[in-house]
Design a protein around this ligand. Structure first.
Ligand SMILES: NC(=O)c1ccc[n+]([C@@H]2O[C@H](COP(=O)([O-])OP(=O)(O)OC[C@H]3O[C@@H](n4cnc5c(N)ncnc54)[C@H](OP(=O)(O)O)[C@@H]3O)[C@@H](O)[C@H]2O)c1
Length: 366
């Protein structure tokens, strides 16, 4: 076990890890003194893995529990024979009466109402929390940096105040930083990375789950359209080059990475997970879409200005520059391939590829 932990620490030695500020000895003491002794001990794999029957469960508070990522995280823990013994799940939603909230309750979660826009609802949601899965949703109507920053800092600050010892943040790459300031409008990505920086500076352990592009997008905004040639074929039209690769994740498998963190939290303290099943070029994506649908799907690179015209006005610059990030720098920047491979190796359970995902959901083209 010790050797495995050491191996993981060594493998974690990525650029984003190296930039971490090491806490001073006094900070470590201050942190240790703030935490009940039992919590610190429980973070140690030797205690948390082997003594599950005798130790009290750790409370995991999951925000966005009725959504894609939080839902997956909740189910992954509730359905895992080992983790369900170690963690009690508290699922947070604004409306506890919905079918999704009730489903989580029937699986064994404690479902609690809270709203990130209502700071007074957060103490009860986070009372007694040991671990927190924290996430904010993009506002495509504008002001997402302001809104997400306000929500996330309120969540993080209250979690620490309530004694949480470990926060897993749904993060993202940092387009402004990756592009040396050239991309200044992909703020729905930037803000998640900025909150990551904020969290890393707090007196709490943390890990970062940064999902790739959802495979589910091919059923909505990234779905192929009928070809203008009107010949029964379809086009996957975007501004990417044919060889531009995208990290793809079936977002309902987010729990595979987050449960790996929860299984060994000490080992992953500070780690960044570029979470994707694999990297797919536009040509490869079109091939998979063709194979599954039985129709011809071709990738077509559209002129930048033409593409921009198709984007909704309120989020046009934001979504356009996100696409430029993918094409010019890579979704996670230059270390994308290495980071995705490393994160994939850590995932708990098997991951589904694009073809398997599309077949599973019965995807097709009319
Ligand atoms: N689409 C992609 O390819 C992609 C890729 C990477 C990252 N992302 C990021 O993923 C995030 C969305 O994650 P997701 O897909 O897991 O979410 P989702 O399925 O859209 O669900 C959003 C969740 O957030 C909760 N929520 C919304 N506003 C809230 C508030 N004020 N207080 C408390 N809870 C609130 C909702 O809960 P209730 O409604 O039950 O309260 C719901 O559970 C976005 O920020 C996006 O930028 C997307």
């Amino acid at each position: 076990m010790v050797a495995r932990c050491k191996d993981i620490k060594r493998t974690l030695n990525f650029p984003r890890m190296q930039s971490l500020q090491q806490p001073s000895l006094s900070q470590l003491f201050a942190f240790g003194l703030q935490q009940p002794l039992s919590q610190n001990l429980l973070l140690h794999p030797r205690f948390s893995k082997n003594n599950t029957t005798t130790m009290a469960k750790q409370r995991l508070v999951v925000f966005g529990a009725t959504g894609n990522q939080g839902g997956s995280v909740s189910r992954a823990v509730l359905d895992d024979p080992e983790l369900s013994k170690r963690y009690a799940v508290r699922a947070i939603t604004r409306d506890t009466s919905t079918a999704k909230a009730q489903d989580l309750k029937s699986r064994g979660a404690d479902v609690v109402a809270a709203d990130l826009d209502d700071p007074f609802s957060l103490p009860a949601a986070l009372h007694g929390a040991n671990f927190v899965f924290a996430i904010t949703a993009t506002s495509y109507e504008g002001h997402t940096r302001t809104i997400e920053t306000r929500q996330a800092t309120a969540l993080i600050d209250e979690a620490i105040k309530q004694g949480a010892s470990y926060i897993i943040w749904s993060s993202m790459s940092h387009p402004a930083k990756i592009s040396s300031g050239k991309l200044a409008h992909a703020v729905h990505f930037d803000v998640k990375a900025e909150i990551e920086t904020y969290l890393r500076a707090q007196p709490v352990k943390s890990a970062f789950f940064a999902p790739g592009s959802f495979m589910q997008n091919f059923t909505t905004m990234m779905a192929p359209r009928p070809s203008p040639a009107n010949d029964g074929s379809y086009v996957l039209a975007n501004v990417q080059r044919p060889e531009t690769r995208l990290p793809l994740i079936d977002v309902t498998e987010s729990g595979a990475w987050v449960s790996a963190i929860l299984a060994d939290p000490e080992a992953y303290d500070g780690a960044f997970f570029a979470a994707a099943e694999g990297l797919y070029s536009q040509v490869e994506i079109a091939e998979v879409l063709s194979r599954v649908s039985g129709k011809t799907v071709r990738h077509v690179q559209v002129d930048d200005e033409v593409y921009k015209g198709y984007l909704p006005e309120a989020s046009r610059e934001m979504l356009f520059e996100m696409n430029l990030l993918f094409r010019e720098y890579g979704y996670y920047g230059e270390s994308m391939e290495r980071d995705v491979q490393w994160a994939k190796e850590q995932a708990r359970g098997t991951l589904t590829g694009l073809e398997g995902f599309l077949r599973r959901i019965g995807w097709g083209l009319e």
